[in-house]
Design a protein around this ligand. Sequence first.
Ligand SMILES: CC(C)(COP(=O)(O)OP(=O)(O)OC[C@H]1O[C@@H](n2cnc3c(N)ncnc32)[C@H](O)[C@@H]1OP(=O)(O)O)[C@@H](O)C(=O)NCCC(=O)NCCS
Length: 175
Amino acid sequence: MINYSSGLLWYICILSICILSTILVNMITPTISEPEIIAWGSFNYCQSLALRYGVLRRPLGMFFDSNGFDAEKNDIHIVVKCGEWVVGCLILTDYRVGFKMRQVAVLDDWQGKGVGKKMVAYAEKIAIDCGKTMMVLHARQSAIPFYLSLNYHIEGDEFEEVGLPHYSMYKLMGR
Ligand SMILES: CC(C)(COP(=O)(O)OP(=O)(O)OC[C@H]1O[C@@H](n2cnc3c(N)ncnc32)[C@H](O)[C@@H]1OP(=O)(O)O)[C@@H](O)C(=O)NCCC(=O)NCCS
């Protein structure tokens, strides 16, 4: 019962933030910030959860799911903001000699304007600063041209994740 209530509270909070942020992002002057690292659990982190839900899960008919947020505590959370509102986000998870890039998402209205490219470049700089030699990711088929344009390579065959065709991709850092 307690878990159900707190899950519902999360859902209502995130949904409210999602609606509010969309309205406000459309009202203010569209100037985007440089990518930055935000803290897990911060207000910007909550905004990024709303963004991830709206861009990555809702179109697939998936529910908002707060399971797994605790496991992200030690990840690096990168966002790009317009004013105080998150318009793009990306997560880096420690993965052997590299990082795994996950949950890459840009608000619909901001796609195709260089936000994703900025975030990935910033993530790669962090990887190099951390002494990582490789970036790996699972790319949706629809996002393959984006990663190819940033010099990522496909490895192996197509596989399915969240009901969509995906490919493993990688890029060696510092090359
Ligand atoms: C994929 C995504 C993160 C890309 O971010 P974006 O901000 O829209 O991309 P950018 O504007 O930074 O594009 C960077 C480059 O990739 C190219 N590109 C991006 N999407 C492309 C596409 N679908 N087809 C061809 N090229 C594409 C751009 O032309 C640009 O090339 P340029 O630098 O030569 O001009 C974003 O569109 C998104 O959130 N999509 C929906 C969610 C998703 O698929 N996430 C990835 C899960 S693996």
